[in-house]
Design a protein around this ligand. Structure first.
Ligand code: NAD
Ligand code: MN
Length: 488
């Protein structure tokens, strides 16, 4: 039992990695630091390439194990629901671990992060019996052949995930991979390994065979060893564009399948006919929620010139109403940034914007003295070539500019290397549909923000990624089609 400030009595998961049933000995470690205090509370094992190899080989054995491979679809579905039941029963503990690790407000982790992860597992639990191939008459030689296709699990999957939504983004990969019949090795971010370690304990308790879901902890070197391992058939990655590029390069020697969900600089267009009572709070929280640490946050706000000042005032009011505080405090609504490094990075962006003559306005606070807190900040009249208009800040910093015509706003919105999400606030249906078609983004939100659902695909155009997660589309990433052709 560890006594951790704010979470007294919270029991950490076993900080042990396993190759199938066997614990593996690991010499190196990384520090896990509470973002609310800056204090180290645990040492997390850092897996070497040899440790990674042992875990991947165990995952490969598990992939061939009839207890997993030959599980009939309904048995697989039931097993995934039992896994979801186990997480549900563990909700207070896994939520506390996630809140401690990320610094997010506990009330948000309990009501959003963990339930979201569970709902993804249940949504994909419904798929195993529905992953059918097809039979079709051949055009070339009618009547001479019977041909059909099968959809087979691709093999051992590596999931490499970031620290902003650790359990949710892991489950976006685990749920479809398991539904497809793959086995999976998850490497969480070194800042936030606890929910992943707890998750494998729950998977074992729910009866998933050894090696079907494993975790290796460590930093980028551990991730690189996993991403390059020849036994890995597919890598599912969420994180920075630079690391995504390194993972894609590492996939080349063994031609791994890769999906990348990367950064963004998602625009929000706020038209003069928008319902400001709902548009203003959403434009604010679309950037400030989770202290801006969201890949598809709306971080560039274009507002019709006639309402620019009114909207900016409104956003500052919304930001100021957010209570910023530690994760264990049930009244907190915004937490700190994840690390000293992220705090430096975000501060640097705002400092350089100010140095360049851009007006920075406070849009929230006060913030606690200790920890890596950063108050919501609004930047006004930001030129389109400014660094803060082009680069992902990953903090609660909203860059804004006025526009006159919708065509101009769409051109500004599309003037980005990224293409993850885009938002339009308008009550005009024509504007909504025309903008939705014209915006270069994987998801367009009309009069709403921050919605992901297992029902529809999520991912990026341009430098925001390759492939899609969620929807039925994600299953293609974990299945290999095979055609069977038989002479009659
Ligand atoms: P990162 O992309 O480097 O880390 C994400 C994951 O990749 C972690 O698990 C990390 O250990 C692993 N990793 C790092 N290098 C690797 C490599 N060469 N091969 C395989 N795995 C590797 O992100 P970061 O350094 O934690 O954050 C940097 C920036 O990335 C942030 O400031 C933010 O702009 C962006 N970011 C984006 C997202 C997102 O959801 N799109 C999430 C987190 C961070
Ligand atoms: Mn942590």
């Amino acid at each position: 039992m560890t006594s951790i400030q704010g979470f007294s009595g919270l029991e950490l998961p076993e900080l042990i990695l396993r190759a199938g049933a066997d614990p593996i000995r690991i010499e190196a470690s990384t520090a896990d630091i509470d973002p609310c205090t800056g204090e180290r509370f645990a040492d997390i094992p850092a897996a070497s390439p040899a440790d990674v190899d042992a875990v991947v080989e165990a995952a490969h054995r598990a992939f061939r194990n009839p207890a997993w491979r030959d599980l009939h679809p309904l048995a697989r579905e039931r097993l995934l629901h039992r896994f979801a039941d186990a997480i549900e029963a563990d909700l207070p503990r896994i939520a506390a671990l996630e809140a401690l690790d990320t610094g997010k407000p506990i009330s948000i982790v309990e009501t959003l992060d963990i339930p979201t992860a569970i709902s993804w597992l249940r949504a994909y639990a419904g798929w195993p019996g529905k992953l059918a191939g097809r039979a079709a008459p051949l055009s070339a030689t009618p009547g001479a052949f019977h041909a059909y296709s099968r959809r087979e699990p691709i093999g051992v999957v590596a999931a490499i995930t970031p620290w902003n939504f650790p359990l949710v983004l892991a489950m976006w990969k685990i749920a479809p991979a398991l539904a497809a019949g793959c086995t999976i090795v998850l490497k969480p971010a070194p800042e936030t390994p606890l929910s992943a370690l707890r998750l494998v304990e729950l998977a074992r308790a729910a009866g998933l065979p050894d090696g079907v879901l494993s975790v290796v902890t460590g930093d980028g070197a551990t991730g690189a060893a996993l991403a390059a391992h020849p036994r890995i058939a597919k890598v599912a990655f969420t994180g920075s564009t630079a690391t995504g590029q390194a993972i894609l390069a590492a996939s080349v020697p063994s031609l791994k399948r890769v999906t990348l969900e990367l950064g963004g600089k998602s625009p929000t267009i706020l038209c003069k006919d928008a319902d400001l009572a709902t548009a203003i709070p959403q434009a604010a929280m679309g950037c400030f929620f989770n202290s801006g640490q969201i890949c598809y946050a709306g971080t560039r706000l274009y507002v019709h010139r006639s309402i620019y000042d009114e909207v900016l005032d409104g956003i500052r009011t919304v930001g100021a109403a957010q209570r910023i505080g530690p994760s264990a405090d049930r009244t907190s609504q915004l937490g700190p940034l994840i690390s000293a490094r992220q705090h430096e990075k975000v501060s640097g962006f705002v400092q350089r914007a100010s140095d360049a003559g851009i007006t920075a306005l406070p849009a929230g606070g006060p913030i606690p003295d200790a920890g890596y807190y950063f108050a919501p900040t609004l930047l006004r009249d930001v030129p389109s070539d400014a660094e803060v208009m082009r680069e992902e800040v990953f903090g609660p910093v909203l860059a804004t500019a006025p526009f006159d015509e919708i065509e101009e706003a769409i051109a500004l919105a599309n003037d980005s290397a990224y293409g993850l999400a885009a938002h339009v606030f308008t009550r005009d249906l024509t504007t909504a549909h025309k903008a939705s078609a014209a915006l270069e983004a994987g998801t367009v939100f009309v009069n709403c923000i921050l919605l992901a659902d297992p029902a529809f695909p999520f991912g990026g155009m341009k430098m925001s990624g390759i492939g899609r997660e969620n929807g039925s589309e994600v299953l293609d990433a974990y299945l290999e089609p095979k055609s069977v052709v038989m002479a009659l």
